[in-house]
Write a protein that binds this ligand. Structure first.
Ligand code: AMP
Ligand code: MG
Length: 345
């Protein structure tokens, strides 16, 4: 018998520009009753549960097969609700929420009483964000509870940026998926810890470090290793991984990567490449499967298409993927972080 009893996963299309209140109400009722609802956010699709209900939150861990030590982000529909999730909101955190909410910035703050312990994986802190996606906002507001929601994919795998990705990973394990088309940023939120006067970057993401520093008027501290500064437990070395082995060459030229891919293809392996638009034209005619999520000059477009590109290379059945590096500026820092982890281990 499977460890996962099959449940019917209802998929409902929603038009973000003309929300159907009956659909949102159905989803909100499921959340209040302890169910699991996947929903679109502007970063990636989230797998939501009532953040005040420990049993519901534990169902997220079971469905994703997530490490119980990897805490979740709590989503709220109103910036003022941060006070119900965090017991202390320092002025610096307010400055950041004023500037970036709703949007792709998550703050790690001292955890309030009512939040389910499973959300924080036993820690005294909680990660919180107000998303900007209209479906996410309406769902959370209608549910009337904060919603814990990690990315809606199996643990350690490539994040889900469409409802089809969610179904591939979690179909039969969750109650409902709201399908509002592809996520617009395509990469997870930026996570920072705020402790008094210190802001530390725990995970690069949708909000760039450059924009954070502009608003703060000073540099954001980087946490170079697990042991230094505030910890970010879920930032595993291996994460976001496709099924294929990923070879990431941030310092290699495209020509070098193409040569490696050709050599591996010659020995009979089914090869994939993750490149930029305009790279190695015609290489697909040699039987190599290529994804080009965007041009080097538009890193936001690359970020938007990154996880879908990795999933589509997997779907093509490649055994190895050679991925090029992109600039590490702006959205490039998060792209580099994801490709590094996807290739680790
Ligand atoms: P996900 O929801 O899958 O995008 O991942 C959430 C990530 O946010 C975790 O893996 C951690 O890196 C970070 N995070 C969540 N809660 C905390 C916390 N209390 N302290 C530090 N980092 C956190
Ligand atoms: Mg995740």
């Amino acid at each position: 018998m499977s460890a996962h009893p099959h449940i019917e996963t209802r998929v409902v299309e929603v038009d973000a520009a003309a929300l159907d209140p009956a659909v949102i109400e159905d989803a909100a009722v499921l959340l209040r009753a302890g169910g699991l609802v996947a929903f679109p956010t502007e970063t990636v699709y989230g797998l939501g549960a009532n953040a005040l209900d420990d049993a519901a939150v534990q169902r997220i861990f079971a469905a994703k097969e997530r490490d119980p030590d990897d805490p979740l982000i709590v989503h709220i529909a109103d910036a003022d609700a941060v006070g119900t999730v965090a017991r202390d909101v320092p002025p610096l955190a307010r400055q950041l929420t004023d500037a970036f909410w709703p949007g792709g910035l998550t703050l790690v703050l001292p955890r309030a009483e009512g939040v389910a312990p499973a959300v924080s994986a036993g820690r005294d802190t909680v990660a919180v964000r107000m998303p900007s996606h209209p479906v996410a906002l309406e769902l959370i507001a209608t549910a009337g509870v904060p919603v814990a929601a990690p990315s809606a994919n199996r643990f350690m795998r490539t994040s889900a940026t469409t409802a089809a990705h969610v179904l591939d990973d979690l179909g039969g394990r969750i109650d409902m998926v709201l399908d509002a088309g592809p996520a617009t940023a395509g990469i997870e939120s930026t996570v920072v810890a705020v402790e008094g006067e210190a802001v530390t970057l725990l995970r690069p993401g949708a909000v760039t470090v450059e924009r954070l520093e502009e608003v703060l008027g000073r540099p954001v501290a980087r946490r170079e290793r697990e042991s230094s500064g505030p910890s970010s437990p879920g930032m595993l070395e291996r994460h976001y991984a496709p099924r294929a082995r990923l070879v990431y060459g941030p310092d290699a030229t495209v020509e070098e990567l193409v040569t490696m891919a050709r050599e591996a293809a010659a020995s009979g392996a089914r090869l994939g490449m993750l490149l930029a638009e305009g790279d190695a034209p015609g290489i697909e005619d040699e039987g190599i499967v290529v994804e080009r999520p965007g041009p080097q000059g538009d890193l936001e477009q690359v970020a938007r298409g990154l996880f879908a590109a990795l999933r589509s290379l997997d779907a093509a059945g490649v055994e190895v993927i050679y991925a090029r590096g992109f600039s590490r500026e702006g959205a490039g820092l998060a792209i580099d972080d994801r490709l590094r982890r996807a290739s680790a281990g």
